[in-house]
Design a protein around this ligand. Structure first.
Ligand SMILES: *Cc1c(COP(=O)(O)O)cnc(C)c1O
Length: 378
């Protein structure tokens, strides 16, 4: 619920979330590593698609029992959402604890991921013996305990990790030799971690090979219908369909220019549709404005229509010259979904599917379906 949800029946864009597909992706990805438990990464509001409905669907229909979020506040919200269905769910907080956030860990029964000696010392001193994960850096140099600090962390008497984890730096490129090198490094470091469960991979790594699975998978983007490799994979079916309404249809003659700055100039008599979506909804302003091959294509009446002209806050213009003549205000345009692969839309905007999903703003209406029927979200 947000300020926009008090109104209905306007021109707000919609993202429809197929929770059945979400669960299907979870099950197919988990099946690739049958010896590992599959956990769901539901940080950033389940990659923009809604923490509560996504986590509940995974728990109820996918039997998911372990979750990862980035911030303790996200964990507290998740604990509340799962209170009745999975009261004993394990909720890991990737960013780890701070002194100020310790009460949220207590209240939500959250498990921190320890990323540094400082976090390890804080947790051991203030919550001696309480479960935690230790995140070792195996080469990404982003977050995680550096190899040279690891023995100090693991020798803290009151630190009792139950999970030892790392994160691959190149899992989006399955053939990159870095993956094997980091796998080896993880094995070496894990040998000193004692009797704990092991977790190395996110979606990409789970698809690379069986050696990467260990005890626990941390599945994120694939659950939400985005291939971790940029190109589609059979385990991952689209989950989110973003649509916007046609607000206006018009024709411009040769030489007519479109949008702020006139960045597109019609080379032929051109029909245009203006859609009720813009960068304020999360449609990237960086989308190419010149039309043609480089443009993002939105699908209207079955026809891919290139974006032309600059994306503005509330509006996007597309070239519908090749679409059916019947296209009219009120028609739906699909920005991504089954007809318009999100990986292609992202590539055209110079970004990745992860970003297209997580930047969807509160102004985008979220609707949910389960196996073809509207799903209640609470
Ligand atoms: C976000 C994240 C994941 C999930 O990655 P995907 O590529 O979305 O599957 C797993 N592990 C860590 C540490 C992460 O930060």
């Amino acid at each position: 619920m947000n300020a926009y949800d008090e109104f209905a029946g306007g021109y707000r864009p919609t993202v429809s979330v197929d929770l059945g597909r979400l669960v299907g992706n979870f099950q197919r990805l988990a099946a690739r590593q049958p010896d590992a438990e599959a956990a769901a990464v539901v940080k950033c509001d389940a990659y923009g698609l809604g923490l509560v409905p996504c986590a509940r669907a995974l728990a109820r229909h996918g039997d998911c029992r372990t979750f990862f979020v980035a911030h303790p506040e996200e964990g507290a919200r998740l604990r509340e959402a799962l209170r009745d269905s999975v009261p004993d769910a394990e909720i890991f907080i990737l960013n780890g604890p701070t002194r100020a956030s310790l009460p949220i860990f207590d209240e939500g029964r959250l498990t921190p991921v320890i990323n540094s000696l400082a976090q390890a010392t804080l947790w051991a001193e203030t919550r001696p013996g309480a479960p935690c994960a230790v995140h070792a850096d195996v080469g990404i140099h982003r977050l995680g305990v550096p190899a040279e600090e690891l023995s100090d962390v693991l020798s803290l008497r009151d630190l009792k990790p139950t999970l030892f984890m790392a994160h691959l730096s190149c899992a989006g490129a399955p053939d990159d030799p870095t993956n094997e090198a980091e796998l080896k490094r993880f094995r070496t470091l894990a040998a000193d971690a004692g009797d704990v469960r092991l977790s190395l991979v996110s979606t990409g790594g789970a698809l690379i090979g069986e050696a990467f699975g260990f005890d626990l998978l941390r599945l994120g983007v694939g659950l939400y219908g985005v291939s971790p490799f940029g190109a589609p994979v059979p385990e991952v079916k689209p989950v989110a369909t973003l649509t916007a309404e046609v607000l206006q249809v018009q024709s411009v003659p040769v030489g007519g220019r479109v949008g702020y700055g006139g960045l597109f100039e019609a080379a032929r008599p051109t029909r245009l549709a203006t859609l009720a979506i813009g960068y304020g909804d999360g449609f990237p302003r960086a989308a190419p404005a010149s039309g043609g091959e480089a443009s993002v294509r939105v699908v209207i009446g079955g026809t891919p229509c290139p974006v032309v002209g600059c994306v503005s806050m509330d509006l996007v213009t597309v070239d519908i010259t090749d679409a059916p003549a019947s296209v009219a205000p009120g028609d739906a345009a699909e920005i991504f979904g089954d007809a318009a692969p999100i990986e292609e839309a992202a590539a055209a905007c110079g970004t990745i599917g992860y970003e297209l999903l997580t930047r969807l703003s509160p102004r985008v209406t979220r609707t949910y379906a389960m196996n073809g029927a509207p799903a209640a979200i609470d």
